[in-house]
Design a protein around this ligand. Structure first.
Ligand code: LRH
Length: 492
């Protein structure tokens, strides 16, 4: 039972962080080393991520660990889903990765379905149709005659691109690949007919590696530059949601989870994908998980709504810390304004405040005015939307769902946790808020042989965190609000 230090690089769509965890005696102690914003860069009509900045941040994290005199035993990288880079023949990056909020994919699924019908795409992949899935991004890039795509000899998803920059090894980690809608969850391999329909060669993709496998070792340049040794880079669940769900501190399987960050991902963990008429009709997804599991879930627009309002308030000279946002939400009267968080007008509006105001007015409500109005509107609406999605999940789950585990940064929001418990009429267990980094660390621990089964992994997680439980209250009031909410969200 030797002491190990694992380094997690965890990138969300809004911010990123590097963390170090000390593992000893079947528990881990996680510490954040660096944190930084992850910004979409807009160049005229195109939206990109700055992978060069992100790579600099990765090295800054490694240097910070080295400066503390720590010996790093392994490195793991996870990021948001679906986005990727193109590599040329000489192995260099051909462009900055396109960001999934780029509207270049608007209308692309519908066009693609003329070649392969929607139902067939869903049956082959089990992935919910969202226009930003890598499949439709590649289809859009092909139509745009993207010179990067035309010159590409390889495609790497974001976590794989960063591990490639560290090690020189090109792999395709299974969980991140599953977000592309190009992978068949039964064969666990790419689906040729989808590539044919773009058309593109599947040879652009790399061999699939499973979470827990070693990708390679940091190259000599990085070793010298960062002051670290020949550290192994381990394929963790490269998809952030995949990493987060690893860290659910559960003892049994009768739970649903809500991974709460820029997105709210609500679902269950299952042994086999659920690909049925009902799951298709409700547009539920089957993302690849660790140790042979599948995440059966739905994307709900989450903290993106608040993040975008905050950005506007900040631009107007009023920067609100999250502690202030929580206070304001408690000060406001509930249920005065409701929106469907997933309405198309909130996907990437120039002004989120304006989009919310318009939604309220168009659905016969008053317009929110104060900061508190907007914040309360968002939190009430999220809690009610969680109930809606949980009801669908209950109708599809092969087991009774007894509680909801809220993990990720959003788990710190006590009012939202209580509201969620009230809305769903079930206990909410909140934490860990650093689930993604913890899940990342635990798959590194698996990679070095310190743990193996998911049961083992979650036992170590439970030894290391202190979740909090919220019991449902005010059920009548929330039931009434839910009835109104369901009417309001029929607005398209
Ligand atoms: C959450 C997430 C989600 C994807 C989206 C692109 O960060 O990975 O699971 O659908 O980003």
């Amino acid at each position: 039972n030797k002491t190990c230090h694992f380094f997690a690089f965890d990138l969300g769509a809004t911010s990123g962080r590097s963390c170090i965890a000390k593992m000893e005696n079947d528990s881990i102690e996680l510490r954040e080393l660096t944190r930084f914003p992850n910004k979409i860069i807009r160049i005229n009509d195109k939206y990109h991520w700055n992978i060069y900045d992100l790579f600099e941040e990765l090295k800054r994290g490694l240097k910070t660990a080295a400066a503390e005199g720590l010996t790093i035993d392994a490195i793991g990288i996870d990021t948001w889903g679906v986005d990727f880079v193109y590599l040329g023949k000489d192995g260099s990056l051909l462009s900055q990765p396109r960001a999934y909020r780029d509207p270049y994919t608007n209308g692309m699924p519908e066009e693609f379905f003329k070649s392969v019908p929607k139902k067939e795409v869903y049956d082959a992949t089990g992935i919910q149709i969202m226009n930003f899935n890598s499949l439709y991004q590649l289809y859009a890039a092909k139509k745009e005659k993207s010179s990067a795509l035309e010159a590409a000899s390889d495609i790497l998803f974001m976590p794989d691109a960063l591990s490639y920059l560290l090690t020189g090894r090109k792999v395709c980690e299974y969980t991140i690949a599953s977000t592309s809608q190009l992978l068949n969850p039964r064969t666990k391999n790419f689906e040729a007919k989808l590539f044919d329909a773009i058309p593109l060669s599947p040879s652009l993709m790399q061999p699939i590696v499973m979470p827990g496998e070693i990708i390679g070792y940091v190259n000599e340049n990085i070793q010298k530059e960062c002051g670290i040794g020949r550290v192994p880079v381990i394929a963790v669940a490269g998809h952030d949601t995949g990493s987060a769900v690893v860290a659910v501190p559960t003892v049994d399987e009768n739970f649903a989870y809500l991974s709460s960050g820029t997105w709210s991902l609500m679902g269950i963990e299952v042994n086999d994908p659920i690909i049925t008429e009902e799951s298709y009709a409700l547009n539920f997804t089957n993302e690849g998980g660790v140790n042979g599991t599948t995440r059966f879930l739905k994307n709900i627009t989450g903290m993106w709504l608040i993040e975008q309002c905050r950005k506007e308030w900040e631009a107007a000279g009023n920067k609100l810390p999250y502690s202030e946002i929580d206070k304001l939400s408690e000060s406001a009267e509930g249920f005065r304004f409701m929106i469907d968080p997933d309405h198309a007008s909130f996907a990437n509006p120039d002004s989120m405040l304006k989009a919310i105001r318009e939604y309220c007015v168009n659905t016969g409500q008053a317009a929110p005015v104060t900061h508190a109005d907007f914040i309360r509107c968002i939190f009430d609406s999220l809690a009610l939307k969680y109930r809606k999605v949980l009801e669908s999940l209950q109708s599809l789950a092969p087991f009774p769902i007894q509680r909801l585990h809220v993990i990720g940064g959003g788990a710190n929001n006590k009012l939202l946790n209580q509201s969620t418990a009230n809305a769903i009429g079930m206990p909410v267990v909140s934490g860990p808020s650093e689930a993604t980094a913890i899940g990342n660390i635990m798959m590194q621990a698996k990679g070095v042989g310190a743990v193996s089964s998911l049961g083992d992994i979650r036992r170590v997680v439970r030894n290391s965190v202190s979740p909090e439980t919220f019991q449902p209250q005010d059920t009548d009031q929330w039931n009434k609000a839910y009835t109104r909410f369901r009417e309001i969200i029929t607005y398209k």
